[in-house]
Unconditional design. Structure first.
Length: 115
């Protein structure tokens, strides 16, 4: 099982980034997917969730209206489009696959919002 995040980096406030998470080793289309983030000195928090079908999604209040989660089950990939980035969005972002007792994590990708 592998989840590999990419797309992080340094961006100015107000900018955009798109994170990707490529999955392998399990039946991706059966798993709900989540993006989490962890800022220095803070607990890991869920940012966005998307159902296995892609029909349902949920967002943390702090990112609602700015971030969009999506998935391509044909490519075994989940995305997080992040717009209007703020300094407080700086964190390591992780993707997570969950279904019953299955719970898989990627290694994370750093997002830094700074001028």
């Amino acid at each position: 099982v592998q989840l590999v995040e990419s797309g992080g980096g340094l961006v100015q406030p107000g900018g955009s980034l798109r994170l990707s998470c490529a999955a392998s080793g399990f039946t991706f289309k059966r798993y709900d997917m989540r993006w989490y983030r962890q800022a220095p000195g803070k607990e890991r928090e869920v940012v966005a969730t998307i159902s296995s079908s892609g029909l349902n999604s949920h967002y943390a209040d702090s990112v609602k209206g700015r971030f969009t989660i999506s998935r391509d089950n044909a490519k075994n990939t989940v995305y997080l489009q992040m717009n209007s980035l703020k300094r407080e969005d700086t964190a390591v972002y992780y993707c997570n696959a969950v279904r019953g007792t299955g719970d898989y994590w990627g290694q994370g990708t750093q997002v830094t919002v700074s001028s």
